[in-house]
Design a protein around this ligand. Sequence first.
Ligand SMILES: *Cc1c(COP(=O)(O)O)cnc(C)c1O
Length: 421
Amino acid sequence: MTSPVWHPFTQHGLGEPIPRIARGEGAALYTDEGRRIIDGISSWWVTTHGHCHPRIMGAVAEQTQKLDQVIFAGFTHEPAETVAAGLIEIMPAPLRHVFFSDSGSTSVEVALKMALGYWTNRGEPRHRILVMASSYHGDTVGGMSVGARGVFTASYAPLLFDVESIPFPEAGAEQATLDALEAACAAREKPAAFIVEPLILGAGGMRMYGPDTLREMAGICAANDVLLIVDEVMTGWGRTGTLLACEQADVTPDLMCLSKGLTGGSMPLAVTMATAPIFDAHLSTDKAKMFFHSSSYTANPIACAAAAANLAIWREEPVRERIAGLCDRQEAWRARLAADARFHNVRRTGTIVAAEVAVPDGDYLSAAGPRMAAVFREANVLLRPLGNTVYLMPPYCIDDADLGALHDAVDRAADAALSGG
Ligand SMILES: *Cc1c(COP(=O)(O)O)cnc(C)c1O
């Protein structure tokens, strides 16, 4: 029997098996038949503390007995207030306002709209957005517009708005990026904002750059009065070794997008955090100046209860120690891969290690992809290379045995990719 379900980023024509997952616990997923699969990519970068963390599941269960949903325009509720207050406590102090939405893409759309609204409401409208090449900011039309163009976006090109792109800061060529940003900021038609993934470009191939470059880019934006939007949707909640990637560069953006790990990876929820000047530009007795954005489920109470539990886990459990421990174990693996000729460009930012398998056709549709996927299926690990780029982004609770099994699977997958078999 074929399923009517149409899956994301899936070529159904290839007929690859789609396992049915019945249960998750810690770093593992279990199929209907009880097969145990190690989750090496945190179920698409969302699961931070492990699947079905009892505290998050408990908070969700409790909330379902109280309030399922309420319109968020003109109403509020305790879980949303708790999450907002908790965020204000741990996020950079100038980010004082919290706007809820449902996904990373939406949090980006919201940030872009807030940036343009800021300039319009001040009576100095600006429309240009600056982006970094190879970035990913989501799959909505606005998200695609500020992201890299390629096979992912080719069919929709006419829908996308124009942006100005600065080069990715390749190691040793960072100055070219800074110069391009400086020139773009100084153009006669001033940009409204620069949007960037801090320290690591996720879907664009796990490309990494240093905190110094991020700090300098932020400095150029500030000096030129261009708003800085930092998309921490993937990097937030500890992935890069710190709660936020931008704290490693001592950067506070004007707008910040958070989602994925906001609920510990359990429920869809996102926030866009804004500084006082952005909020104040929309503050007026004139209704035409309010922020025109909502979705039906804005700040859903059950999702907010999950996020509140995540914040409590960050406050009360040794999350930072777990992350530091995972960083150490991943660093040891990075060093091993760096000495292995089958891998190129071996790199690590925090808990994430990535490398290219040295195949001749290195792009997203690389033939190495399906070969490696077959090995990973066989090994009962969930890994999903970006073309010939393999990476690990496990939940922080992963133990040595499971992490070792992931590392072994990558080893065998590289052989399969390179042997052509
Ligand atoms: C995943 C991701 C998004 C999109 O988030 P969704 O929840 O999938 O819409 C945006 N930006 C970055 C950096 C991401 O990694």
